[in-house]
Design a protein. Structure first.
Length: 153
């Protein structure tokens, strides 16, 4: 598996999201429930999705992940319970695309982390995954995930 790595400046974008903690084993269920709650709230208030759903990882502790799940939006909307306005991180990030099943994403991170180290960068600890197509209608081998590993300045 080979990847095309690019360092790009990321600009903050308004989002509607839920930030929570979970284990890796429970993450798929948390993602599903969170996206469902967010989409229902966006529709209820007449908001508009402005991009692919995402997960922002603030740590990589598989037993206690700190994650933010959501959708980019054109503008902030009214908040409701755990559904909050937020924004995607800004700053320099290593960006690349993984094509294939979500359960193979881990294999994409190993060479990226090596590339970061060999290129004399340091990771900030924040990673974003944007899910570019719908796993309900897309075969696993065709799933596209854009990955952004944020770097320290």
């Amino acid at each position: 598996m080979s990847f095309k790595y690019e360092i790009k400046e990321q600009h903050a974008q308004p989002t509607v999201s839920i930030r929570t903690k979970t284990s890796l084993s429970k993450l798929p269920e948390v993602i599903h429930k969170s996206y469902d709650a967010i989409e229902k709230h966006i529709a209820k208030v007449g908001g508009t999705n402005a991009g692919a759903p995402f997960v922002i990882y603030y740590n990589m502790d598989i037993n206690d992940l700190d994650v933010e799940l959501g959708f980019p939006v054109a503008k902030n909307i009214s908040e409701y319970h755990e559904v909050k306005n937020s924004q995607t991180p800004a700053g320099k990030a290593l960006e690349f695309t993984h094509v294939g099943p979500y359960n193979e994403l881990e294999k994409a991170y190993r060479p990226a982390m090596t590339w970061i180290k060999e290129s004399n960068f340091k990771e900030s600890g924040i990673v974003c995954e944007f899910y570019m197509n719908d796993p309900a209608v897309t075969p696993p081998e065709d799933l596209i995930t854009e990955i952004k590993i944020f770097l320290k300045n």
